[in-house]
Design a protein around this ligand. Structure first.
Ligand SMILES: [Mg+2]
Length: 238
């Protein structure tokens, strides 16, 4: 039994035990690079750009789940940051225009075990929220559709998006956690991949237990705190 496996199962067991005592558990999940592998979204956008401009190397490039944005894929395809400056600027604009949209979020695929884990936790009586840096206007409808499409529990109020794209993700998430009524919940968990958000929530809501998804992140900060770290939600017995 792996450490991942036992930690994930332990959370389900705690939620069940607390429910038996009429106490509430809350599990908060980030979406991008926590529940969903976004590399398929980027791959689709790169392919469309490549098609448009007849760039064979870019069309066939592999986008890895540990990539962040498009930089690694672009280098892998053999492009040079200075020599191909103009093309890369156009590509970056093209990617930015499409990545944060209701339409392209449909290309995301959940990480191994993510759907069954969230469902199992939900069935154990744990309340589920999705707290994302995506904004309501550009990605609200698509985010809800994609959660439902893959079978995640998704009822009104469970999906929490930024009301305005300009709000800083770290601020948005820490602010949300500080406003959660602590008298209602015996235990709160937060599943997140971005160290900036993790460190900010740790500093402002130290009672929240954070599970660090070591998938990919913006490389702006690292996590030095002793947290449970997982790569996906796959569990051997599933
Ligand atoms: Mg994320």
């Amino acid at each position: 039994m792996s450490a991942n496996h036992s930690k994930l199962n332990e959370i389900i067991k705690i939620a069940q035990d607390l429910r038996a005592q009429n106490l509430r558990t809350l599990a908060v999940f980030d979406l991008d690079s926590t529940l969903f592998n976004v590399s398929h979204r980027t791959k689709k956008i790169l392919s469309e750009f490549a098609e448009l401009h007849q760039l064979v190397e870019l069309k066939n490039v592999e986008v890895k789940h540990e990539d962040w944005g498009i930089n690694e894929a672009v280098l892998r395809a053999g492009y040079h940051p200075e020599r191909d400056l103009e093309m890369l600027k156009n590509l970056r604009d093209f990617w930015f225009e499409k990545f944060f949209t209701n339409e392209y979020v449909h290309y995301d695929v959940p990480y191994a075990g993510a759907v069954s884990y969230v469902l199992e936790l939900y069935q154990a009586g744990c309340e589920i929220k999705y707290l994302t840096g995506r904004d309501m206007l550009r990605m609200g409808i698509g985010s809800e559709e994609v959660l439902k499409k893959w079978g995640f529990p998704c009822e009104p109020g469970q999906l929490v998006l930024k009301p305005d794209r300009a709000i800083d993700d770290g601020f948005f998430k820490t602010d949300w956690f500080t406003k959660v009524n602590r008298t209602q919940y015996e235990k709160i968990y937060f599943f997140e991949n971005e160290p900036v958000n993790i460190n900010a929530v740790l500093a402002t809501s130290p009672d929240v237990e954070i599970i660090f998804l070591e998938t990919t992140h913006a490389r702006r900060e690292t996590v030095t705190a002793q947290l449970h770290r997982i790569f996906h939600f796959g569990r051997p017995s599933c």
